[in-house]
Design a protein around this ligand. Structure first.
Ligand SMILES: [Zn+2]
Length: 444
């Protein structure tokens, strides 16, 4: 017998949108059928609301342990399930310690105890001199590694050089795990922290597209040389689309993500002093961002991740409006789906596109594609039920992030998350958390 059946007019499956009933047993999808089978089991009819696979967000900064006052497992994973995100992968920085050793990894796991509300995997960190930690971290179950080519904003997580990568990439390639890279290679800079800079244009000019383009071309070269799975996080420079396209055409194991904020906002909308928009690389002009949309539709950009990266209000420098001093990071995990859907609708995209970018394709880099990201037989029964036609305005009271600062405050968004299911259990229902601490730790 089944544990649960969910009936919907709009089930998003890999082969299209269909009417039907999804049958669930022991946390997995058993079948998708046209008629409710005979037997005694609960049936939930969600009518025209969309049944989509739970969202997978492979780029989240939870910051615990050590910086729980920035964001922690409790608040981040509550926000995640309120946003329909059923699996996420935590970045190896901005917690303290950073996840670059097995000792730090154990502390990370320990800090999830009794407050993990969604499934969570972990990226390990590559920093200069930690080659010896790479294989032990793999042994522990990290899903891959993250490195920076420019200062990360955190002194404990220094950036690597080409020479460092030459030591670590063969080890990562040997285990067929991905290396995620923050691609910016800085040119000459002056210390702009000495004078306040409220101008967004000043900030934008301080991190030009060329920084990204140079770094991406380095990573394409190393990807080819070491045959190491290479993933470019948060692509913002449309200049690089051509070199990425060529690398993919040559069959290199390279993947690319962009973030909701590069697709939803553009530099023209950002007023001076609005540091809630600061992230790195920066949100660029409209013309650039339309090219990112094109690349996403063409499959050159594989998926969309939030890069949820909060900090306490004082660090966002909203009072001074100083872009050069403010923390670079945008808080957004709870609104991943409605933000992307609102922008996607304007670009003529459909529900199947959203599902590909938030669920199917984003399952692959963390290695979850065998069990998550699709509504299909044998897959995990992680779902989000949502209403694409319903709109709402983002207000502070609805935000579950530790801090309520987000550039989406006051935005009117389409796509309301109604329910979230984890392993066949309804854990979130229209603002109410029905079951907490149901998340599982995902190890490779
Ligand atoms: Zn990030």
């Amino acid at each position: 017998m089944f544990d649960l059946a969910i009936k919907s007019d709009r089930i998003i499956t890999p082969s299209g949108i269909r009417k039907g009933i999804v049958l669930v047993k022991e946390g997995r999808i058993v079948d998708i059928v046209n008629e409710i089978p005979a037997g005694d089991f609960p049936v939930t009819d969600i009518g025209k609301k969309v049944l989509m696979p739970g969202i997978i967000d492979p780029h989240v900064h939870i910051n615990e342990p050590g910086h729980t006052d920035w964001e922690g497992f409790d608040t981040a994973t509550r926000s995640a399930i309120a946003g329909g995100i059923t699996s996420l992968v935590d970045m190896p920085l901005n917690s303290l310690p950073v996840t670059t050793t097995i000792k730090a990894f154990d502390e990370k796991i320990g800090s999830t105890r009794a407050q993990l509300h969604t499934n969570c995997g972990f990226w390990g960190g590559v920093i200069p001199g930690n080659e010896k930690d790479i294989e032990p971290l793999i042994e522990k179950g990290v899903l891959g590694f993250k490195a920076f080519l420019v200062h990360s904003g955190i002194d404990e997580f220094p950036n690597v050089t080409e020479d460092d990568l030459r030591h670590s990439m063969p080890l990562i390639a040997k285990h067929d795990l991905p290396l995620l890279v923050h691609c910016e290679l800085s040119g000459p800079t002056h210390d702009s922290r000495l004078t306040p800079h409220v101008s967004y244009q000043y900030y934008l000019d301080s991190r030009p597209k060329e920084w990204e383009d140079k770094a991406i071309s380095l990573m394409i070269r190393l990807c080819e040389e070491f045959n190491c799975r290479t993933h470019i996080v948060h692509l913002s420079s449309a200049h690089s689309i051509e070199q990425i396209t060529k690398a993919k055409q040559r069959g290199l194991p390279i993947t690319v993500e962009t973030c909701q904020h590069y697709l939803y906002f553009s530099a023209e909308q950002i007023e001076d002093g609005q540091t809630q928009f600061k992230c790195a690389p920066p949100i660029r002009g409209k013309e650039n961002n339309e090219l990112l949309w094109r690349a996403l539709k063409d499959g050159i950009i594989d998926y969309v991740a939030t890069d949820h990266s909060p900090a306490p209000p004082a660090m966002k420098e909203l009072d001074s409006g100083d872009f050069m001093k403010a923390w670079g990071g945008i808080s957004s995990i709870q609104f991943a789906l409605p933000v992307l859907w609102t922008a996607a609708k304007k670009h003529g995209c459909e529900l199947a596109d959203i599902t590909r970018w938030l669920c199917e394709n984003s399952s692959v880099v963390p290695g979850l594609e065998e069990s998550k990201g699709k509504i299909a037989k044998g897959y995990d029964a992680d779902f989000v039920v949502w209403d694409p036609e319903k709109n709402f305005t983002v207000i502070k009271d609805m935000i579950h992030h530790r801090h309520k600062i987000t550039p989406y405050l006051g935005e009117q968004l389409y796509g309301s998350v109604m329910q979230t299911y984890l392993a066949g259990e309804k854990i979130y229902d229209e603002g109410k958390f029905l079951h907490l601490n149901r998340g599982k730790i995902i190890l490779a």
